[in-house]
Design a protein around this ligand. Structure first.
Ligand code: AMP
Ligand code: ZN
Length: 115
């Protein structure tokens, strides 16, 4: 996908602060972190969101989830972390290339504020 910012990062056309890379996956720090540690994991394959994923991506998605605790630990999140996947405009997604946020450190508030 030519214009996709995360595809450009995956191709090395836009710099990132890399956390991890293999043939299929890339992880890099969020440019606008919401916590002391905030990075995201993306597939190099362009999938706009979870909605566009299918059975063919089962292993890819599984690999991303299994990578989260390993990278979180490497980033010093010994006590746990939050994973977030925003999907579609209704889910607050801003970059339409599937990504899993990994967030931790400091004081992590409840995920959804209850009134
Ligand atoms: P989402 O709302 O789930 O689509 O999140 C998109 C995230 O991408 C936001 O947290 C942004 O701060 C982050 N972001 C946007 N551009 C970049 C970039 N060039 N490098 C790193 N993170 C980025
Ligand atoms: Zn993309």
């Amino acid at each position: 996908m030519g214009d996709c910012i995360f595809c450009k990062i995956a191709r090395g056309e836009i710099p990132c602060r890399k956390v991890y890379e293999d043939d299929e996956l890339l992880a890099f720090h969020d440019i606008n972190p919401v916590a002391p540690v905030h990075f995201m994991m993306i597939p190099k394959l362009h999938l706009a969101s979870l909605t566009e994923a299918g059975e063919a991506h089962t292993v890819l998605l599984g690999r991303m989830l299994l990578l989260a605790p390993r990278l979180a630990k490497e980033q010093g999140l010994e006590n746990g972390f939050r994973t977030v996947i925003n999907t579609g405009k209704g889910g607050g997604q801003e970059v339409f290339h599937l990504h899993i946020h990994v967030i931790g450190g400091g004081n992590i508030p409840p995920m959804v504020r209850r009134n």
